[in-house]
Design a protein around this ligand. Structure first.
Ligand code: ADP
Length: 197
C-alpha cells in the first residue's frame, strides 16, 4: 500500500492536493474534517457534539476521530492505499494510526507537509468562508485553529521526522506547481527506499 499523510495548517490546500493525489495513484481519500461535516449535516448525536467543537476551532476528541479512521481502514483494507487529510492532528492520533495500520500489516509510507506562512493562510480561509459559508471560516475561529495547529498538531511532524518519514513541501504557488512538488516528493521517496536506503 501507499499510505500518505498529507499534513499542513488549516488552509494549506490539503483537500485540493489530496483530490489530485487520489486520482493519480488511485488511493482512498480519508478526510476527518469531511467525515465530521457529514455527521453534522446528518444531524447525528456525534455531529451535534462535534459542531460546537469545530465552530470553536478546537479539536474533536481523539477517540472519536480514531473510531472513524478505523472504520474506513476496515472498509478499504484491500485497496491500494490511503491519503490521510487532516489526520493525525495529535501525536496520540499518530500513534493510534500506527497501531491501526499494523493490524493490517501496513504502515504510513510518508508524511508530506505543506508549508504555508500564517498571513497567507488567513487570507485564503477568509476568502473560503465568504465563498463556501463554512461556519468555522471566520476570522476569530481561523486564528484559534491556527493556534491549535501550532500547539497540538505541529508535534506530529516531529513524530514522523524521527521515523525519517517527514517531507516538507513548499505550499506557495499554483495548484499544479504544488502538486508537481508533491509527486516529486512521493517518487523521490519511493526511489530512495527501493534503493535500500
Ligand atoms: P482545516 O484543515 O481547514 O481546519 P478540516 O476540515 O481538516 O479543516 O477540519 C475542520 C475541523 O474539524 C477542525 O478545526 C477540528 O475541529 C475538526 N477535526 C478535523 N479533523 C480532526 C482530527 N483529526 N482531530 C480532531 N479534530 C478534527
Amino acid at each position: 500500500m501507499l499510505n500518505i499523510v498529507l499534513f499542513g495548517p488549516p488552509g494549506s490546500g490539503k483537500g485540493t492536493q489530496a483530490e489530485k493525489l487520489i486520482k493519480k495513484y488511485n488511493l482512498i481519500h480519508i478526510s476527518t474534517g469531511d467525515l465530521l461535516r457529514s455527521e453534522v449535516a446528518n444531524k447525528t448525536s456525534l455531529g451535534t457534539e462535534a459542531k460546537k467543537i469545530m465552530d470553536a476551532g478546537e479539536l474533536v476528541p481523539d477517540e472519536i476521530v480514531i473510531g472513524m479512521i478505523r472504520k474506513k481502514l476496515e472498509e478499504h483494507k484491500d485497496g491500494p492505499g490511503f491519503v490521510f487529510d487532516g489526520f493525525p492532528r495529535t501525536v496520540e492520533q499518530a500513534r493510534e494510526l500506527r497501531k491501526a495500520l499494523t493490524d493490517y500489516d501496513e504502515r504510513v509510507t510518508m508524511e508530506i507537509s505543506l508549508e504555508v506562512p500564517r498571513g497567507e493562510l488567513l487570507k485564503r480561509l477568509v476568502k473560503r468562508g465568504e465563498e463556501s459559508g463554512r461556519s468555522d471560516d471566520n476570522e476569530e475561529t481561523i486564528n484559534n485553529r491556527i493556534d491549535v495547529y501550532e500547539r497540538q498538531t505541529v508535534p506530529v511532524t516531529y513524530y514522523y521526522e524521527k521515523m525519517h518519514k517527514h517531507v516538507p513541501v513548499n505550499g506557495i504557488g499554483t495548484i499544479d506547481q504544488i502538486f508537481k512538488r508533491i509527486v516529486d516528493a512521493v517518487e523521490g521517496f519511493e526511489k530512495f527506499h527501493e534503493a535500500g536506503a
